[in-house]
Design a protein around this ligand. Structure first.
Ligand code: ADP
Ligand code: MG
Length: 545
């Protein structure tokens, strides 16, 4: 009897399965579509994107990872690309767009090799060899900058922020470098930067030039009672995560009040309890109280009468930061509160700004804590400044912790790695050589895109750059310092430098993701559950570019 006439179902109903070439092509198309959405944001001449979420909130950004995080990507391969950007952001804090467009190009070139009948595992192997070799080459290319020099660190920040709408504002650059230099510490002979030490606080109003660096912590809170002092010197700070309120029981208790005196006695009892709480605080020696929960009106009144400055409903993360800065321990009962739990700060004050009040905790016990206060005309402006600051802090941290290891930007570094990889590939066997060469070509997408975004002809530029690198100009790249005169220059001489760590991570995670995607030849997907609503398609369609 003939077998196999009957189809055999191995997957439950609703599952879909794509295998072999179709699976690969689908994945590659999805990955490329993602890469093409962020391409236009790369570099100093990159454009911004306006993202509108499903409740109508608008974000205007030039930051690759922000774009990708806000897109509701459904395709699994596309999601992997979004992960690359997130990893890059978490590991090193910058270079997200670069990583994503390199993966896109690696897969595009892989597709051409697949078309020539080269097996995906061979391509993957070649890409693996190239990823490792690229790292080696980068290590040898490394330049060193003086991490003690504010001027040199400023160049890093300039490269990181030049394309953001803040336009590498000199005042903001100076604030960022000061903040990082302030918090860096030595562990053994290595320097360390803890991003947690730098808080960024935003307040709409004023202009960028009104932004400033505060040596301490700022919280977006007002004092709870108008009679409280605005300024406290030699502050002893209590951090409480217990409410200064009388706990209401969950059980419906009934209190029978028959005579007016009884009501009075009842209210007096409540007052007495609140007063006791305040007395405990006062006896601990605290003159500033910061509470994560609420503060009852009467308690506010008693605190004010005792000359104590108090804030309520402060977020947990702010509580932690204040704890770290002042040495205060968060108390969860008032009995825990004694002198040893209190933190110290030289100067606590409240200040009115754009109609709202901010509280400043300065001259802290731990001098490492700083806050960058961003001012700017609109929420969109200050949000984008915040993203630029976040990127820059990641960049400075990388450079400082790696003892000043940098490479030149403007695609110079990618061009040079590509060139050296091609030289190296000559020693390899035929098909591997093809794959390594495709990897090299893919790295050139960085200068190409920088040029394209600046309105230059990408092909001409790559030809020119290849010739320069062949002649031995290691750092020839696309110079976009002058908006009106983009040209090919020696980017090291131009002072456009970036952390080595960022580049290494970008190329490595791009390579690894491309390899992972190439090795997939079967997609088995569970059907959508009925309650998952159909989402609108991705902008640009699934096959952008
Ligand atoms: P990413 O998300 O990858 O960090 P960016 O939009 O921040 O993307 O762009 C970074 C790229 O811009 C880097 O390749 C960097 O070398 C390049 N770049 C920065 N400043 C200049 C400049 N003045 N001229 C040319 N390229 C620059
Ligand atoms: Mg960047």
């Amino acid at each position: 009897m003939a077998e196999g006439l009957q189809p055999i179902f191995i997957l439950p109903e609703g599952y879909s399965r794509t295998s072999g070439k179709d699976a690969q092509r689908n994945n590659i198309a999805a990955a490329r579509a993602i890469a093409s959405t962020v391409k236009s944001t790369l570099g100093p001449r990159g454009m911004d994107k306006m993202l509108v979420d499903n409740i109508g909130d608008i974000t205007i950004t030039n930051d690759g990872v922000t774009v990708l995080k806000n897109m509701e990507v459904e395709n699994p391969a596309a999601k992997m690309i979004v992960e690359v950007a997130k990893t890059q952001e978490e590991e090193v804090g910058d270079g997200t767009t670069t990583a994503v467009i390199i993966v896109g190009e690696l897969l595009k070139n892989a597709e051409a090799l697949l078309d020539q009948g080269i097996h995906p595992t061979l391509i993957a192997r070649g890409y693996r060899i190239a990823t490792n070799k690229a790292e080696e080459i980068l290590d040898k290319l490394k330049l060193n900058l003086d991490v003690a020099s504010k001027e040199e660190l400023s160049r890093i920040v300039k490269t990181a922020t030049i394309g953001k709408s803040t336009g590498a504002d000199a005042h903001i650059i100076s604030l960022i470098v000061d903040a990082v230099q302030h918090v860096k510490s030595h562990s053994g002979k290595d320097e360390r930067v803890d991003q947690e030490d730098i808080k960024v606080e935003k307040k709409i109003g004023g202009g960028l030039e009104d932004s400033r660096l505060v040596r301490g912590v700022i919280i977006d809170k007002e004092k709870v009672h108008p009679d409280m002092p605005d300024v406290i010197r030699d502050a002893k700070i209590a951090l409480l995560n217990v409410a200064l309120e009388i706990e209401k029981t969950n059980i419906d208790a009934q209190i029978r009040i028959e005579k007016p005196e009884q009501l009075e006695a009842f209210l007096n009892e409540e007052e007495r309890m609140l007063k006791d709480m305040v007395t405990k605080i006062k006896n601990s020696g605290a003159n500033v109280v910061i509470v994560q929960k609420g503060i009852d009106d009467s308690a506010q009144h008693f605190l004010a009468k005792s000359g104590i400055l108090a804030f309520r409903r402060v977020s947990e993360s702010d509580m932690k930061k204040i704890g770290k800065a002042t040495g205060a321990k968060v108390a969860s009962t008032l009995d825990e509160l004694d002198g040893s739990a209190l933190g110290a700060a030289g100067f606590v004050h409240v200040e009115k700004m754009a109609g709202e009040t901010l509280a400043f905790i300065e001259e802290c016990k731990n001098p490492k804590a700083v806050t960058i206060l961003i001012r700017g005309g609109t929420e969109h402006v200050i949000d984008e400044v915040q993203r630029a600051i976040d990127d820059s802090i990641g960049d400075l941290k990388s450079v400082i912790e790696d003892n000043g290891a940098v490479v030149a930007g403007g695609g110079a570094c990618e061009m040079e790695v590509a060139k050296q990889l091609r030289d190296f590939a000559k020693e390899l066997e035929g098909r591997e050589q093809l794959a390594v060469n495709s990897f090299s070509d893919a790295l050139e997408v960085v200068p190409k895109t920088l040029a394209e975004n600046a309105g230059m002809d990408p092909i001409d530029i790559v030809v020119e750059l290849r010739a320069e690198h062949q002649k031995g100009s290691t750092w020839a790249g696309v110079n976009l310092l002058d908006v009106y005169k983009p040209k090919v220059s020696d980017m090291e001489k131009e002072g456009v430098i970036e952390p080595l760590r960022i580049k290494k991570q970008a190329i490595k995670s791009a390579g690894e993701t491309a390899i992972m995607i190439l090795r997939i030849d079967d997609i088995i997907a569970a059907g959508k559950s009925a309650n998952q609503a159909q989402r609108p398609p991705m902008p640009g369609g699934p096959y952008g570019e």
